[in-house]
Design a protein. Structure first.
Length: 283
């Protein structure tokens, strides 16, 4: 299966034929020449086609520019409604034509062809509702969002692309996600900091030699949707707990996390196994 065919199977292009028809309606509003009766004899008969192509390229470029700047700014996934809103500002008639899904699909293809990057679609996880909020909650489709992911292999990326701080960040993500996983899918904030403290990572450390401001780094994991932070009311006190968000589930599937945990617990030699045993026994 080619990359383009793979993109065509994603949910955002399942209704591509409908969006193409909408795009045609949009073209007619911009070209001012009915597509059903082309004026072949007119000296500028080819202009409408070029104009349509220019409009399409402009909108696709806007999506790509928006994604690049947003990902560079804070790395947070870009929600589809934000992209649609931005496109509506660029081309007001687009709101009526409802072709944003088509434009986004085109941008996905271009990211792959030009940058070797995947504009990956994710479904935003909903926070769990409790009490009255759960009773009044209406069932709705999860919001679609997009992130940019390199298509290079991890080996090539580490050798030619990654900076030392990138390795540190990914290692921290893996450790935190693993702690969430072995805690049953969610972990109280106090418990998380307790475990991280055993690794020399304290929540009040604002100048960790590798991680920098640790509290801000953990918040960054929430912004980038590796974690979800939710309020947990227990014994009349407001506490917080963490669980894995959609980006962690996409980049760090359960089998990968399990493998990491097993390797850490087993160690790479007898000395590591002895140390792990000592830690588990509280010695």
């Amino acid at each position: 299966m080619t990359q383009l065919e793979g993109l065509a199977t994603q949910p955002n292009v399942q209704k591509l034929s409908e969006e193409v028809r909408a795009w045609a309606r949009f073209n007619r509003t911009t070209s001012q020449i009915p597509l059903s009766k082309p004026k072949y004899g007119h000296p500028h008969s080819h202009f409408p086609h070029h104009r349509r192509q220019q409009e399409k390229h402009k909108l696709v470029s806007e999506v790509m520019r928006y994604m690049l700047f947003s990902q560079y700014h804070d790395g947070a996934p870009v929600q589809k409604p934000k992209l649609s809103e931005h496109l509506s500002k660029v081309a007001p008639e687009l709101k009526r034509a409802k072709v944003s899904t088509y434009v986004i699909a085109e941008a996905q293809v271009k990211f792959n062809e030009i940058f070797g990057v995947e504009m990956k679609e994710l479904s935003r996880k909903q926070q769990k509702k409790t009490g009255a909020a759960r009773t009044n909650m209406q069932v709705s489709e999860p919001t679609k969002e997009y992130v940019l992911k390199s298509l290079l292999s991890s080996k090539v990326r580490r050798q030619f692309i990654d900076r030392p701080e990138d390795h540190t960040f990914r290692g921290f993500v893996m450790v935190v996600v693993a702690l969430v996983s072995v805690s049953g899918g969610e972990i109280e904030e106090d418990t998380l900091w307790k475990h991280l403290g055993k690794l020399g990572v304290r929540q009040d450390d604002e100048s960790h030699p590798k991680l920098g401001n640790v509290r801000k780094l953990l918040d960054k994991l929430c912004v980038q949707r590796y974690l979800m932070r939710e309020k947990d009311i227990k014994e009349g006190q407001d506490k917080f707990k963490y669980s894995a968000a959609e980006r962690a589930e996409d980049e760090l599937p359960q089998e990968k996390v399990d493998k990491y945990v097993i390797e850490m617990m087993r160690g790479h030699d007898d000395e590591d196994e002895t140390e792990n045993a000592a830690v588990q026994n509280g010695n």
